[in-house]
Each structure stands twice: as C-alpha cells, then as structure tokens.
Design a protein. Structure first.
Lengths: 330, 465
C-alpha cells in the first residue's frame, strides 16, 4: 500500500464513521418526522431523543474530519468536487445547519415554537443525506472532471446520483430503526420495539430496491465502478448482502442480539467495497489517488495527526461512555 | 472616490459576493469561537469558587453556564461545518493549489475540536455523576483544547498573511512542505495571542453585560453580583493586557506586512515622521477629516519619530488593499473600544481597591452593559483589519483572491440565503438563551438535567404493558 493509498484509507475511515453514526442520526430525524402526533408518536419521539441526545453533535466531527483530510491530502480532488457539485453540497450544508439548530433548539425553545423546530429537524434530516447521496453518485458516475468545473446540474441529476440519494435516505432510516429497536428493547417497551421493527423492515426493503436500482444504474452509467464492485469488490459486496439479509432475518424473528452489528456491517462492507472498486482512482477514470495526493510531508502529517487523534480521543470517548452508564450520585 | 474603483469593478462578479459571504459567516462563527475558547474557563472559575468556599450560588452559576456553553458550542460546530464547506464552495482555486499547506493546521484542529466536544459532554454528565473536585478537573481539558483549537485555526489564517514552509512546483501547486514552518509562520504567534486574549475580553464583557443589565433592573442579590463579578474580573484583567498585546502585534505587522500596516494608518508615501491619524477618510493620497498626531505612527512603529514607515506607494496600485478607509476606520474603532474597555476596567479596579465594591453610580453598570456589544464590535473590526488588509491577496504574494474564487453561478443568491439563515439562527440562539434565563429565574432550586445539547438522556420512556 502506497502512502497516498494509506491516507485515502484514513479518509475512508472518516467517511465510514460518518456514514454509520451520522447516518443513524439522520434516520432518527426521519422517523421523528414520520412519527406523527398522538401518544405513540410522542413516545417514539421521546425514545429518539433518548437515543441521539448524548452524542448527536460529536458526529459532525467525522464530516469535518473527512473534509479536512480531503482538502489537505488531496487538494485537487476536493476542489474538483466542490466546484462541480456545489449545488447539492450547498443544499447539504444548509440541511446540516437547519438540522443541528432544529435539534438543539427544540429542547430549549418555549413550547409553542417546539413544533416548528421539530419539523425543521425532521425535514432537514431527510434532505441532507439525499443530497450527499447525489454527490456520491455523481462522483461514482465520473461526472466530476479532474480539473473541476463540471456541469452544475446534469452532473448530479442523472439516474445514478438520484438513485444513490434515495439509497442514502433509505439506509439512514434503516440504520436508525435498527438502533431504535434495540433502544426500545433496553427500555422494555415492547410496543415501540414492534413499531421500529416494522419500520426497519420497510426501510430495508426500500434500501434493497434502491440498491438494486443503483447496481443497474452503475452498470449503465459507471461501468468502471460496476466492474470493480463485481470484480475485486465482490467479496465485500457479498459480505454486505449477507449482513443485510442476516439482520433482516434476525429482525423478522424478533431477535435483538446481533442485529445492530449486522446492519452496521452491511453498511461498512458496501462502503469498503466501493473503496476497492474505485481504486486506484479518487475520481473514477479522471483522477487517481496518486495524482490527487498533495505534498509528501503533508501526507505524513495527516498520518501522524490521525494516530494522535486515535490515541487521545478514544480514551476520552471511553470515559464519556463509562460516565453515561454510571448511576447519578446522591 | 478612487477607493471604491476596484469594488465597483468586482461588483458584477462573484468575488464580492463570495467575500461578503465568507466575511459574514466567519464574523458569525468567530463570536461563537470566542465563547468556545473562554466561556469554559469562566465557568470553571465559578465552580472553583463554589467548591473552595462552599458557595451554592457560584455552583449554580457554573451549572447554568455549562448549559449555555453547550448550546453555543453546538451552534458553533454547525457554523464551523459550514465554513469547511465554504473553503471549497467559494475558494476552490486556493484549496486546489494550497490545500496541502493551508490544511495541516486544520487537521490538528480536528483533534482539539473533538476533545472539546467530548469533555463538554463529560462535564455536563459529570454534574451528577462525578464527585466534587473530580468534576472540576473534568472541565480543565475543555479549556486546554480551546487554546489548542484557537492556535491551530489562527495558524492557518496567519499562514495566509505570511505564507511559509513550502516551495511552488512547476504546476503552480505547493510542493516540498515543511509542516512546522507552515504552522509556526511569522504571524502565528502574535495573531494567536491577540485572538486568545480577545476571546477572554469578548466572553467576559458579554457574559458580564447580561448580569449588569439584570442588576440595573434591581436584581442585586449575591447570585447576580457573582454572575457579574466573575466574568467582569476576567475581562478587566484581559482588556488592559490586550492593549499591550495589540501594541506588540502592530509592530509585528509593521515588520512583516507593511502594506497592511500602511493601510491601517493610510500612509500613502514611504517616509519617516509619519503622523497618527485618528478617524478620517483616506482619499487621493491623503487623509481628510482626521485628527492628526504628528510623528506618532512612526513613534509607535519604531520608538522614534525617525522610523521610516513604508507607504502604499511601495507596491503597485493593483497590489494595494481596495478600501484603505475601511481598514483605517476599523483599526481606529478597535483601538478606541480597546481603550474604552480598559478605562472601564481601571474604574472597576479603583473602586474595588477602595471599598471592595462596584462603583456606586448606575453609569458604571450602564457602561458594563454596553461593554459586551462593544467588545464584539472591536473583535469584528480587528478581523476586518486583518482580512481586508491582506487583499487583494488570499495567500499573500502567491495568489490573488480573484484567482481563488469559484466561477459558479448564483453566489449572490447563496449569500442572500446565508444571510437570512444566519440572522434566523442568531435570533433563535438568543431566544433560546433568554428562555433558559427566564426558566432559571423562575426556579430557585435545582433544574432538570436535560435542557441543553450534550445533556444526559431523559429518563427512559414508560414501558408499555
């Protein structure tokens, strides 16, 4: 593995963590939006709050991390993506602002304003991953030229970007529902457990259909990535499918253990399948990881910073986790 | 008005819209960043006092401030995320060629940002889960990571002013980077210290102004007095210090960024015995409508009226900042407010030294109420000097801002939308903090844990049968 490849893998670790953690957050926001009024809706909302309140903001860190590594280690790729896909990226940024503030504010605002804040939170939770999906789809379909400045609209409005957007939304909803099934189980709320199980199954079916559509669109619009995914990436793709189906089976049988791990595994496996499929490219068939890589010393710095971040932040996170499990003092 | 020439020429293009949007979103974020750097320290001082003296009011202040810290950090995280998008959305030309130098400090900042987020959560969780002094110490990493984060971001900005630690390759891109030279470039130290102290000035005066206002309205109990005294004391120490730090910073700018220094005082022609202009408009090679102090600019720059100050004539017309008047007036406003805040601090110190109390006249509290907004104004003016003073360069001497800007369509629309969104965000943030304050006034005993982001989850929902 070359040094640029190693840094690209670090970037992808950030993307993976963002996809899993923030994905679940986005999905929770969607279920919050769809929970409706009434007693059960309110209980579902309370559970959603319970699940995401402790960690919600920390998850932005992974996005910032991925952006910073991208622009520091692979400046031309960052600039090409940003100058081509500025419309969906701006809309995603807008969604992040509205989502973050909507969630923060609905706890702190006076009662009459909590409703609107909650809806802003829900809608932006849906919109943000959709536009991020279109960005990913546009990159995969080779619509971003290496020198940047690709077509501002047609680059992300093809079949593949739109299907990917839908896939992102459905995957977020699925991840969140699976997390919430477990949390409902922990809260010994059998009704909410069934409630989120049904939703997890529905989201899984939609995600499955979108994934299938995505594969067809890949075949048509992004042959290089399709070949990679069905070539070197095939084991990971199979692992992802197996995890996804396994999680479904466990859910349908009402088993709690292992569902979360299987669902997260499915998402991670497919992401790394794409990493393998894209290799050696950063932007398929126009910009390789090697060519996009910045100065050598900068790559070294990124690797060192990543190591330090792991050494410092993981113990701190463990401390927070221990604390959150601890009973309150008298 | 020759000053406005380049501005009008740019008005139809993206450059001005992109600069406005960047200025506006940074100007918003920087206030939150100040809170992120300094508010945790103010909160810890309150907790220290509370634990040391068994002062319940001090502990209650610390508990409540920690929630305000969490709200402000959350909004700051969001506005910071927007900035990292904007680097690419607005300035792809710069990121393309200089990202691997400019980005290093940001990568380091990521560690501090993450640590700060985690320890704010630990601190808030810890109120009911960590015993006494252990809880106090759990807050110290927040303060430390605030310092580290500020240093990293400032290093990136300083690098734009005095770029170092790289060579340019044949393709115009950065090559052969020396990360330590990038981070510790000549402007890093003075910019960092100036900004770090500024964070304490802004946070101290702004938090104190809330309690000063409450005291003017007659709420003069121990709780409110303490809520005023702790942040105000912090600010009263920081403000005079900042005058000294600023003086050193200005001399560094004189050495390393002569064009910016010339614009600050509207020096058109290089020469000794330059006057200090207070106010006035820079036009046609001279300053109009100012109060002129002969020789003082030279004196401040080099301790002698014989000190030669480089003028704007030292560089070609198209390498001068487009609006020296804005830079000059911003600089004057920053310095003027700095001295006024210092005077307020001295007034307080004298009264406190004499009779261990605030100055008796309500004018002191009125001044302290205004000081919060004034400090923010000084902060913004200072940044305008730094940023506009670097124009027309984005990476000084290497890339013009006009070369870096995106060719994308609709930047004016994006700016308009951003403006509306941020005004809404600011108003809602203020409403949230006020709502908290109102609830705090209504309850005298303990408040519920879940009130802010990062709070522990609410009790688990009632199980269904």
């Amino acid at each position: 593995m070359s040094k640029p490849d190693a840094v690209a893998a670090i970037l992808w670790i950030g993307v993976t963590l963002y996809a899993v953690f923030a994905g679940a957050d986005f999905g929770a926001g969607m279920w919050d939006l769809l929970a409706g009024r009434g007693e059960r809706g309110e209980r579902a909302r309370a559970l959603i709050d319970h699940s995401i309140a402790p960690v919600w903001e920390a998850n932005h860190v992974w996005l910032i991390f991925a952006l910073v590594v991208l622009w520091t280690a692979f400046p031309p790729a960052f600039s090409a993506v940003m100058s081509t896909l500025y419309i969906p990226l701006s809309l995603a940024a807008l969604g992040i602002v509205l989502r973050g503030s909507g969630f923060a504010f609905r706890h702190a605002l006076p009662g009459r304003l909590r409703g609107p804040a909650t809806r802003v939170f829900g809608v932006s939770s849906l919109v943000t991953p959709f536009f991020m999906g279109t960005v990913a789809g546009a990159v995969a379909s080779g619509e971003v030229p290496a020198e940047g400045g690709g077509d501002a609209t047609s680059s992300w409005t093809g079949a593949l970007p739109l299907t990917t957007g839908l896939l992102f939304v459905a995957t977020c909803a699925y991840l969140a529902a699976v997390f919430l099934v477990r949390d409902a189980g922990a809260a010994r709320d059998a009704e909410l457990r069934r409630y989120f199980t049904r939703r997890a199954l529905a989201a899984a079916v939609i995600a499955g259909v979108a994934a299938l559509g995505g594969v067809i669109a890949l075949h048509a619009e992004a042959r290089f990535v399709y070949d990679g995914l069905t070539g070197d990436g095939l084991p990971l793709l199979i692992l992802s499918a197996a995890c996804g189906l396994g999680a479904l089976g466990l859910l349908a049988r009402g088993r709690a253990g292992g569902v979360r791990a299987a669902a997260v595994g499915a998402v991670m496996a497919v992401l790394w399948g794409f990493f393998v499929a894209l290799h050696p490219y950063m932007l398929p068939e126009s910009l390789t990881i090697e060519d996009a890589a910045g100065a050598d010393a900068t790559l070294n710095s990124v690797i060192v910073v990543f190591a330090i971040a792991g050494a410092v932040c993981l113990p701190a996170l463990a401390l927070l986790y221990l604390l959150s499990q601890r009973r309150t003092l008298e | 008005m020759p000053d406005l020439g380049p501005v009008i020429a740019d008005a139809g293009s993206n450059l001005l819209a992109a600069r406005y949007q960047m200025a506006f979103t940074l100007g918003f974020h920087i206030v939150l960043a100040c809170f992120g750097v300094a508010f945790p320290a103010v909160m810890l001082i309150a907790e220290y006092r509370g634990r040391k003296r068994g002062d319940e009011d001090a502990l209650r202040l610390a508990r409540r401030w920690s929630k305000a810290v969490a709200v402000l950090f959350a909004v700051g995280a969001v506005s910071g995320t927007v900035l990292s998008f904007e680097f690419g959305l607005l300035w792809p030309g710069m990121m393309d060629r200089f990202g691997d130098a400019f980005g290093i400090a940001f990568a380091i900042e990521g560690i501090f940002f993450f640590l700060e987020a985690i320890f704010i959560a630990i601190y808030i969780y810890g109120w009911k889960r960590l015993p006494g002094w252990a809880h106090f110490w759990s807050g110290v990493p927040i303060v430390v990571s605030g310092v580290g984060g500020a240093l990293s971001v400032i290093a990136a900005n300083a690098w734009m002013n005095t770029p170092a630690g790289f060579t340019l390759g044949a393709d115009g891109r950065v090559a052969d980077v020396q990360p330590l030279d990038v981070i510790f470039n000549t402007s890093t130290f003075h910019e960092f210290v100036h900004m770090w102290v500024a964070a304490y000035v802004v946070t101290g005066f702004l938090v104190a102004s809330v309690y000063a206002f409450a005291m003017l309205r007659g709420r003069r109990d121990h709780y409110h007095r303490l809520g005023f005294l702790i942040p105000f004391t912090v600010a009263a120490i920081a403000a005079p210090l900042q005058v000294v730090v600023g003086d050193f910073a200005a001399r560094d700018v004189y050495e390393d960024q002569p064009v910016k220094f010339a614009a600050m005082e509207c020096v058109y022609e290089t020469g000794a015995d330059q006057p200090e202009h207070l106010g006035g408009i820079c036009t046609d090679g001279e300053v109009k409508g100012d109060i002129s102090l002969p020789g003082v600019d030279s004196l401040l720059a080099g301790f002698s009226t014989g000190t030669v100050v480089k003028g704007l004539d030292g560089v070609p017309l198209d390498e001068r900042p487009p609006t020296p008047t804005t830079i000059h007036l911003s600089f004057d406003a920053m310095v003027g407010i700095g001295f006024a805040l210092t005077a307020l601090a001295v007034w307080f110190a004298v009264a406190w030294g004499r009779r261990r109390d605030l100055p008796a006249t309500p004018w002191f509290l009125r001044g302290a109420t205004a000081a919060g907004v004034a400090a923010v104004l000084a902060l913004e003016c200072g940044w305008m000097v730094t940023e506009i003073g670097r124009q027309p360069w984005i990476v000084h001497g290497f890339m013009r801002t006009s070369e870096a800007v995106t060719p994308a369509q609709g930047i004016w629309w994006a700016f308009g939308l951003t403006l509306a969104l941020y005004v809404g965000l600011a108003l809602t943030s203020a409403a949230v903090l006020r709502g908290m304050a109102r609830r705090w006034r209504a309850q005298t005993v303990d408040e519920p844990e879940l009130e802010a982001p990062y709070s522990p989850p609410p009790p688990t929902p009632e199980p269904a049968r």
